[in-house]
Design a protein around this ligand. Structure first.
Ligand code: F6P
Length: 253
């Protein structure tokens, strides 16, 4: 009975909207941990939502990861004039297909928009970082990022992300010891939403989110429930697009 199922998802949407104080929540059926098709559904839902809010000349900043890559897969022409796609932050240790730069190019092409990229070595030393942020091309893209109208980003489990980025044993131990559970934009959070580690790279800083009109979080899978919860402790997003399995866990917890 499809109608009944739909209304079930709507109940979760309503509950999560209240729980995290959000403008909009979309819950797609299934569990993206075990069914790859569900990630594509998250992608589709995000593209449709984007289509509703995007206007001419908007700047859209995007992060990396496989969920963001699914959004790029599902991207459709936006027919809005002169939209600009930029990556949210410099290299964060992802493989090429999951890097924000790669996703940014694919999204821009399919949406018929423009793009600018950030080329930053990763990991980067303190002294290189200090000089690279002064480079005119880096400065220019950083300004676009800070002036973004829309941010679309993923969330990951802290230890999964730390390992995927091949962090040093020291850093892994530190994140584990400080009970890191979630990660977004290169920031690692514990259960109470405290930042326990931050990757040094250029681009969006967490505090920049406050002045960005639309912050869209896309993350699903039961395994990400705690990570999602830890991120929303900071309450820096307006929209959550998730799946049923994560929603059930989030509503219970
Ligand atoms: O590394 C970019 C990023 O968006 C992270 O901030 C996030 O934790 C991760 O990707 C999510 O990746 P996935 O969608 O593959 O779980």
């Amino acid at each position: 009975n499809i109608m009944k199922e739909l209304s079930g998802l709507e109940v979760y949407e309503q509950k999560l909207k209240t729980k995290f104080n959000l403008r909009k929540v979309i819950v797609v059926p299934g569990n993206s941990d075990i069914d790859l098709g569900v990630k594509q559904e998250l992608g589709k839902a995000c593209v449709h939502f984007l289509k509703r809010i995007i206007k001419d000349n908007m700047i859209i900043s995007v992060t990396g990861g496989s969920t963001m890559s699914a959004i790029a897969d599902e991207m459709i022409p936006m027919e809005n004039k002169d939209c600009l796609f930029v990556p949210s932050r410099g290299g964060l240790g992802e493989q090429v297909e999951n890097q924000a730069n790669t996703i940014c190019v694919e999204m821009a092409r399919k949406a018929k928009g423009n793009y600018r990229l950030l080329y930053v070595p990763d990991p980067i030393s303190e002294s290189s970082y200090r000089s690279i942020i002064k480079e005119p091309v880096v400065k220019e893209v950083t300004e676009y990022i800070q002036n973004a109208d829309i941010v679309i980003h993923g969330i990951g489990e802290a230890m999964t992300m730390a390992e995927r980025r091949k962090m040093s044993k020291n850093q892994l131990d530190q994140i584990k010891k400080s009970n890191g559970v979630g990660e977004a934009f290169g920031y690692y959070f514990d259960k109470s939403g405290q930042i326990v580690h931050k990757v040094r790279t250029v681009g969006l800083q967490l505090e920049d989110l406050e002045s960005i009109a639309h912050v869209i979080t896309v993350a699903g899978g039961a395994s990400k429930a705690d990570a999602i919860e830890s991120y929303f402790k900071l309450g820096k997003s307006n929209v959550l697009i998730t799946d049923e399995a994560a929603a059930i866990k989030l509503v219970k917890g």
